[in-house]
Write a protein that binds this ligand. Structure first.
Ligand code: HPA
Length: 236
């Protein structure tokens, strides 16, 4: 069996999948951290791999950018491939002055102006929640690795480029610490399908200090987050 967007066969994919946005980051993670990685998806170059980490089967697959994209891939993984847990590992921009580039943030919840949950299943809430069990595994993994983790509220935005004249303050108005573009749809899909999702992000740029990281750094320097996610994945 395959889907319109994934040519994996049932059984090819591990029950826990790490999802970076960038498919090339999925390739990098698989080739750097997994033993015997095998590519299970080639459709639209949305690379997905399964391999082992410390002897346990784990998968990693790109989600693409934005809620419609992660909405499709995560729904298919949960519904058609028996996936139980998805840990999004991404980058985010910091709204909070307390956060610096390369800080690692675990979503305690996410807020969005998106209509994804409404359009998908009639859910009118503007807040979606991660799995407490998966968050606990992630916090435990970070503690064991001695890596500092900040719990925060994610703004899952539909828009990367806002009009200059549009004044927004998601930090003060909605309590959002960082901004990315996927977790709201992922958490909603997990909820409607009775599955588990979490979201770990590394701060790649600050909307307060305007510090930025390069594309190359984004691909290679997020080792802390990947290690946490992999340790959590094998214990999930
Ligand atoms: N906006 C939205 N998504 C992001 C950003 C941002 O500034 N930085 C990293 N992901």
């Amino acid at each position: 069996m395959s889907t319109p967007h994934n040519n994996a066969q049932v059984g090819d994919i591990a029950k826990t999948v790490l999802m970076p946005g960038d498919p090339l980051r999925a390739k990098f993670i698989a080739e750097t951290f997994l033993e015997n990685p095998v590519q299970f998806n080639t459709v639209r170059n949305m690379c997905g791999y399964a391999g082992t980490y410390k002897g346990k089967k784990v998968s990693v697959m790109g989600s693409g950018m934005g809620m419609p994209s992660i909405g499709i891939y995560s729904y298919e993984l949960y519904k058609f491939y028996g996936v139980e847990n998805i840990i999004r590992i991404g980058t985010a921009g910091a709204y909070s002055p307390k956060l610096d580039v390369f800080d690692t943030v675990l979503a305690k919840d996410c807020w969005s102006e998106s209509t994804y949950a409404l359009a998908q299943g009639g859910n009118t809430s503007d807040v979606q929640l991660p799995s407490p069990q998966l968050n606990e595994k992630i916090e435990q993994a970070a503690k064991e690795l001695g890596i500092e983790l900040t719990l925060g509220r994610i703004h899952s935005s539909d828009v990367f480029y806002h009009e200059d004249a549009y004044n927004f303050d998601f930090y003060n108005d909605h309590g959002c610490d960082v901004v990315e573009m996927e977790s709201f749809a992922l958490f909603h899909n997990a909820k409607v399908l009775g599955k588990h999702a979490a979201c770990l992000v590394t701060v790649s740029d600050s909307l307060v200090t305007h510090k930025e990281t390069t594309a190359e750094e984004r691909q290679t320097s997020f080792t802390n987050m990947m290690k946490i996610a992999l340790e959590a994945a094998i214990n999930a």
